[in-house]
Each structure stands twice: as structure tokens, then as C-alpha cells.
Design a protein around this ligand. Structure first.
Ligand SMILES: *Cc1c(COP(=O)(O)O)cnc(C)c1O
Length: 414
């Protein structure tokens, strides 16, 4: 009997469709996630539908990868058109989509050179390699001595190199030995940055707002001060905008709030509007020049399908003014959240539509509230133990926020 037949037979004994899909995943899949048990089968704009046909408002947007909303028609069209022409050439050859994608990313970011990868973690790894090589070739740091400063409570992905500088015990436990060359300072602490810099410091890598860390907004002026300190010490300022970038916080990039000019940024997530894994490290001429043919690469990075999708995804952010939308609707939403008279809420924080609602520890953890919200038709996810992240697609309307607020109010003031 084929595996499909076995599965079909198994399916018949389940009374509930949802349970069938959950069990199937659990049986054959690794247990490295703890999802809410909603089995999504369809998405459009800010809405998703589960396998039973129930409708939900998506308040997570795949950790901000769906800024443009689910299945945006313009991106879909670009994807389908390109998929029927050519999808993958490898970088052994050129393709007719990549240049235009580079150009658009360079124009949007204000940085001239792009190196395309797939996942966010790969973009960060690329940045780490770039700053190290820059440190040896340009700054003159002795070979293998380069240091990169990062912040406590950071998140930059899950590779061995990246978890080497994580401060979350669980991200590291059992995965050693780790990559040396990182120094951790408290997030938002200018003095600590000054103290941590040595002649061997290559770069300061930081998220403008810590996303996975619990939507932590640093003190105003922190990035600007960090920029100046980096300049004064010939240290590269690399901003991880994978979650904060592309409109999410109310500007195209979160660092624009302080008019910072970073030496490099990493982007991913919404760079494809959720259609495809696309990421990039974007940097200056001086940094990017250290890469020579053969130094670094990726089979899929910069493929024509990705480039066509990325191009359309960026167009949507610009044409639909999603950054401005995030700023306006984010403020509207945050105001409503702050006005909730809830015994559970400790703090509402964030920028644009990257919003964290921190609950008092006595509230019993954010997860139970997320489960209750899901029952009301609102999909949100806890980050860390006590923070509910509200990060809907940026195409959300004030009417939809009002719809959501009725449910949020019911659950958080009950
Ligand atoms: C999600 C995220 C990453 C990692 O992206 P993946 O595509 O999951 O590898 C890196 N940095 C930040 C700030 C992120 O939010």
C-alpha cells in the first residue's frame, strides 16, 4: 500500500479534519515549533481560513513577512509569469531579472550594493562574513582577531554562527561548540558600546527594534549615538532590518526615524511578500568590494523567480504607501490598545504596526491569551513568555482594527 493510501485510510478514521492534519504533522515532522492548532488552508489580504472554513484575522503576518498581505495579486502575477519563463539559472550564468531587483533595493535603501540570499539567517551570515573580511583587508585587524559587538536579547536566526552570539539559553543548549568573535552588550546602552570597542572591533550588529526579543524599542537617540561612535572608531554599523524593515515600523526602514546611515543592512521576510524565501545583505561599495568571485554564494540566491517576486513585492510597498499606512494605522491601534482597561496589561509598546503588549507575569503567560484570541478569530502569537505581538499585514484597515479591538478587549479585560 502506498503512503498516500495509508494516509487517506487514516484520514477516514478522524472525525475532525483539523485533528487529522495536526496528527499527520506531529507524526512525521520534527517537534521544533509549538504552533497554535489552527490549520490554515487559504489566505487573502489580512485574512486566513482554516481547513474547517473558519475565518481569522492574521495578526502575526508570518513574523512580518506578509507586510503586503496574503497572496497579493500583483506579486502573485509576477511570480506566475516568471515561473512560466525561467525560475533558476544559478549564478554560474546571468539572468534578466536580477539587475532590476538590485537597482530597486539600492534605491530604496540608499546603499549601493546588494548581495542576494534566501533566508534571513543567510543574509546575517553574509553580513558577518563581509564585516570580518573588511576588518582584515581594510581596517587592518590581525587575521582571526576581528570582534563583532551585538546586543543582549538579540535575534538574528538559527545557524550555528548566529546562535553563537544569542543570549537565549534554549537557542544554544546542546548545539555547541560555538563560533568565537562576538561581544555582547546591553541593548540600547551607548556607554556599554563605547566601552566594548577595541582596536579589533569590526562591527556593531543590532536590530533597530528587537522583534523576537519582545518588541523592545531602544531609548530615543540610541541608533544615532551608535552611528557616531562607530564612525569615530572605524567600526561598521550593521542593522538587522529583517523584521523592522520594508514598512513595518512606519518608515521604509526603522533606522530612518533617526536619520541614521548604516554601513550595511540585512533584509528578508517581507522582501517577497511571503511568496518565497528572499533575503539580502545591502552595503557600501567599500564593504561589498571585499567579495571576490568564489568567496561566497548560494545556489538559489538571486534566482530570477526570486528577483521578479522581490521586485513586485517592493513595488507594492511603495505604490500602496504601506510605510505611511503602518505609521497611521499603527498609531490608531496603539492608542486603542493603551486605552484598554485591562488588569493584565503591563505595557503597550512598538512603532508602526510592530506592536508588543506585555502582560504582567501574574497574568499566566501570553500563550493562553493567544489561544483565547484564536477562538475569537484573531491569530496572534506570544513572543517570549509574557508578550503578545500584534503585527498584522500593513494593508489592514481601521475598520478591521476596530473589528479586532472588540475581540482583544473582550479577552484582555475579561
Ligand atoms: C526573522 C529574523 C531573522 C531570521 O530570518 P529567517 O528567515 O528566519 O532566517 C533575522 N533577524 C531578524 C531581526 C529576524 O526577525
Amino acid at each position: 500500500m502506498s503512503i498516500t493510501n495509508i494516509l487517506l485510510q487514516e484520514q477516514e478514521i478522524y472525525s475532525q479534519k483539523t485533528q487529522y492534519y495536526i496528527d499527520l504533522e506531529s507524526k512525521y515532522g520534527a517537534n521544533n515549533y509549538h504552533p497554535l492548532d489552527v490549520v490554515i488552508a487559504k489566505g487573502k489580504g489580512v485574512w486566513v481560513w482554516d481547513i474547517e472554513g473558519d475565518q481569522y484575522l492574521d495578526f502575526l503576518s508570518a513574523y512580518s513577512a506578509l507586510n503586503q498581505g496574503h497572496c497579493h495579486p500583483k506579486i502573485l502575477q509576477a511570480m506566475v509569469e516568471q515561473a512560466s519563463k525561467v525560475t533558476l539559472t544559478s549564478r554560474a550564468f546571468r539572468n534578466d531579472q536580477l539587475g532590476a531587483f538590485y537597482q530597486k533595493l539600492a534605491q530604496i535603501s540608499g546603499l549601493p550594493k546588494v548581495l542576494p540570499m534566501n533566508s534571513g539567517a543567510e543574509a546575517v551570515e553574509t553580513a558577518l562574513k563581509a564585516v570580518r573580511k573588511w576588518a582584515y583587508q581594510i581596517k587592518g585587524i590581525p587575521e582571526n582577531q576581528a570582534e563583532i559587538i551585538v546586543c543582549d536579547n538579540n535575534f538574528a536566526g538559527r545557524t550555528i554562527g548566529i546562535v553563537s552570539f544569542s543570549t537565549e539559553a534554549q537557542y544554544k543548549e546542546g548545539f555547541g561548540p560555538f563560533t568565537p568573535g562576538f561581544k555582547v552588550i546591553p541593548f540600547g546602552d551607548v556607554e556599554a558600546l563605547v566601552k566594548a570597542i577595541t582596536p579589533h572591533t569590526a562591527a556593531f550588529l543590532v536590530e533597530p527594534i528587537q522583534g523576537e526579543g519582545g518588541i523592545i524599542v531602544p531609548p530615543a537617540g540610541f541608533l544615532k549615538a551608535a552611528e557616531q561612535i562607530c564612525r569615530d572608531n572605524q567600526v561598521l554599523l550593521i542593522l538587522d532590518e529583517i523584521q523592522t524593515g520594508l514598512g513595518r515600523t512606519g518608515k521604509m526602514f526603522a533606522h530612518q526615524y533617526e536619520d541614521v546611515k548604516p554601513d550595511g543592512i540585512t533584509v528578508g521576510k517581507a522582501l517577497s511578500g511571503g511568496f518565497y524565501p528572499i533575503s539580502a545583505f545591502i552595503s557600501t561599495q567599500e564593504v561589498m568590494e571585499i567579495f571576490n568571485p568564489g568567496d561566497h554564494g548560494s545556489t538559489f540566491g538571486g534566482n530570477p523567480l526570486a528577483a521578479a517576486i522581490g521586485n513586485a513585492a517592493l513595488d507594492v510597498i511603495v505604490e500602496e504607501n504601506l510605510s505611511e499606512r503602518a505609521a497611521i494605522i499603527g498609531e490608531y491601534f496603539q492608542k486603542k490598545l493603551r486605552s484598554l482597561n485591562s488588569p493584565y496589561i503591563k505595557q503597550v509598546r512598538g512603532k508602526g504596526l510592530l506592536i508588543g503588549v506585555e502582560l504582567h507575569p501574574e497574568a499566566g503567560g501570553a500563550r493562553r491569551f493567544c489561544k483565547a484570541l484564536a477562538k475569537e478569530g484573531l491569530l496572534a502569537k506570544e513572543t517570549r513568555d509574557n508578550v503578545i505581538r500584534f503585527a498584522p499585514p500593513l494593508v489592514i484597515s481601521t475598520e478591521e482594527i476596530d473589528w479586532a479591538m472588540e475581540r482583544i478587549s473582550k479577552i484582555l479585560t475579561a
